[in-house]
Write a protein that binds this ligand. Structure first.
Ligand code: DGL
Length: 270
């Protein structure tokens, strides 16, 4: 039994870490498409093709259920995959729905019509591809009415974090928050819609101010997965092996991942 966690690279390790903590007995297979990262600046067809390829590899590793930890893949590819590509006996889930359920105070799988919710002005911070997909606004519209969303595409932040340049990452976050606030001066909630941004959560919170509730995905996704597996235990696939797979150079990726997670991680070639 294994559950797959797909990401464009290293960022999904934030989700991996939260899932591992919440579900310590479920073997996880992590797939990082490091040879093709970042996805955030790619077009939708490209993201779709790469995400299908990586997901296929996870099915091959005995995972019947794959979580797209990558927001960009969830935004630009997931719906198309679910509609046209995912085999009947497999499931692929993304990271937006758990987040939007938390934002709109819905329980898992509550498909009742959209209704008024507590938040009215939501700031979305994400990659350029996620922002241009408008997937967040679409999923939100299925569940809530009267919510104004302002999206800020945060160029440069992923690269700065991956390069370990904390000073640049912080400066970029503050300038993206300023840009957002010029469009929406008083958001009441902010969504960190990218795998890497939880690592900068304190800076986002500080720049946004104490009155803004910041929603960060990793723990919400882990909670929602635990809930899903309670209802659908058969979706924990036949695989038994835990593994970290990468399309990049396993040695280099292992070093980067060890720095990123602050513990030893050994990747192997996908
Ligand atoms: N994993 C991506 C996301 O969550 C960020 C990195 C990338 O652009 O590939 O949107």
């Amino acid at each position: 039994m294994a559950v797959g966690i797909f990401d464009s690279g290293l960022g999904g390790l934030t989700v991996f870490r939260a899932v591992e903590k919440r579900l310590p007995d479920v073997p996880l297979v992590y797939f990082g498409d490091n040879a093709h990262t970042p996805y955030g600046v790619r077009d939708a067809d490209d993201i779709y093709d790469l995400t299908c390829k990586g997901t296929e590899r996870l099915f091959g590793a005995g995972c019947d259920l794959v979580i797209l930890a990558c927001n960009t893949a969830s935004a630009a590819a997931l719906r198309r995959m679910q509609e046209a590509w995912v085999p009947r006996d497999k499931r692929v889930l993304g990271v937006f729905v758990p987040l939007i359920e938390a934002l709109t105070e819905r329980r898992w799988g509550d498909n009742s019509p959209p209704r008024e919710v507590g938040v009215k002005h939501v700031a979305l911070f994400a990659t350029p591809a996620t922002v241009s997909s408008r997937a967040f606004q679409r999923e939100l519209a299925f569940r809530a009415i009267g919510v104004d969303v302002e999206a800020q595409s945060c160029g440069g932040v992923v690269d700065a974090i991956e390069e370990g340049d904390e000073i640049l990452a912080e400066a970029l976050v503050r300038s993206h928050v300023d840009a957002l606030k010029r469009k929406m001066p008083e958001p009441d909630a902010a969504v960190l819609g990218c795998t890497h941004y939880p690592l900068m959560e304190d800076v986002f919170q500080d720049a946004l101010g104490p009155d803004v509730t910041v929603f960060s995905q990793a723990s919400l996704v882990a909670e929602s997965l635990a809930d899903y597996l309670d209802r659908r235990p058969e979706m924990v696939g036949p695989g038994q092996e835990r593994a970290f797979l990468t399309t990049g150079d396993p040695r280099k990726v292992s070093d980067q991942a060890t720095r990123f997670l602050r513990r030893k991680v050994a990747f192997e070639a996908a």
